[in-house]
Design a protein around this ligand. Structure first.
Ligand SMILES: C[S@@+](CC[C@H](N)C(=O)[O-])C[C@H]1O[C@@H](n2cnc3c(N)ncnc32)[C@H](O)[C@@H]1O
Length: 276
């Protein structure tokens, strides 16, 4: 790709746009853009000869078809590079989340995630806060489940801390994306399924669910049942105005930590040991 390209704009009466465009296509074999009262030609080759031919035509036609010309040299943009530069790595808790065109970072736990359709690049406040909570609450050999795994970023984080990890998501695209990201990071999950927490078996040291408030309320019973005694439940995806409503569904657990980032609340609950 060249650094520069040429843009020739011909301004003329709307009724002559198609006629002059036909003429241009006979002398120039790249596409033209038609506007209401203009024709635009772009090319990496110099468009001066095209302009000269049109000026000559315009002189011949005189007042019958009036045309004005602007020929500019413009900077070519490498869209792939521009897009890649817009995706920055991010540090959250112990983790460094980076796309594959960046280098790993020393002294951090590296997670490679390429942007895709599934939610979970690390940039959203909910994912970010969950990563911070995982840094604190997940220990090596813990049994962890990531409910609503999206890209699999949270499960990957737990795996990199030495946990065994199960993941699920109701969206088949997320399940695929999660598989890809585990393989990109050369990690393995224990189980991954399309669906939700109701298909999980047994209990977990840490249950993570970054899903919207209404869904968290809907599946609250299953989420709580999946937490081991002395285990933790990390909930996110809660808009601050929905916080009180969500909390109503988890009053039987002890609230250990609450964080607010942007307008998103993340709650960490502990299931206390039952006595008696
Ligand atoms: C906000 S994204 C979170 C993605 C990722 N865990 C993160 O933290 O970035 C929520 C995910 O939950 C999934 N989801 C929605 N309802 C669900 C349910 N009832 N059970 C499991 N997953 C669900 C969505 O498909 C979506 O991928």
């Amino acid at each position: 790709m060249q650094d520069k390209y040429y843009e020739l704009t011909i301004t003329l009466d709307e009724q002559f746009v198609d006629l002059i465009a036909d003429f241009i296509l006979n002398i120039h074999d790249e596409g033209v853009e038609l506007g209401e009262e203009k024709i635009v030609i772009r090319s990496e080759s110099d468009l001066t000869p095209v302009k000269e031919a049109l000026v000559s035509l315009s002189d011949t036609l005189g007042e019958n078809i009036k045309m004005d010309f602007t020929l500019e040299e413009k900077e070519n943009i490498d869209w792939i590079k521009t897009y890649q530069e817009s995706i920055q790595p991010i540090e959250a808790g112990k983790f460094y989340i980076f796309p594959s065109w960046y280098e790993e970072k020393e002294n951090r736990i590296n997670i490679k995630i390429d942007p895709a359709l599934a939610f979970g690049s690390g940039h959203h406040a909910t994912t970010f806060s969950c990563l911070e909570a995982i840094s604190t609450y997940v220990k090596p050999k813990d049994r962890v489940i990531d409910v609503g795994c999206g890209s699999g970023i949270l499960g990957l984080a737990a795996k990199k801390l030495g946990a065994t990890v199960e993941l699920c998501d109701t969206d088949p695209l997320s399940v695929e994306s999660c598989k890809e990201n585990f393989s990109l990071n050369e990690e393995q999950y224990d189980e991954l399924w399309e669906g939700s927490i109701d298909k999980a078996s047994g209990t977990y040291d840490v249950v993570i669910a970054n899903i919207i408030a209404d869904v968290l309320r809907f599946i609250a019973k299953d989420l709580k049942a999946a937490v081991k005694e002395d285990g933790y439940l990390i909930l996110s995806g809660i808009l601050d105005k929905k916080e009180a409503l969500v909390k109503e569904s988890f009053t039987d657990l002890t609230l250990e930590r609450r964080t607010l980032k942007d307008e998103w609340v993340t709650l960490v609950y502990k299931k206390e040991t039952a006595h008696g």
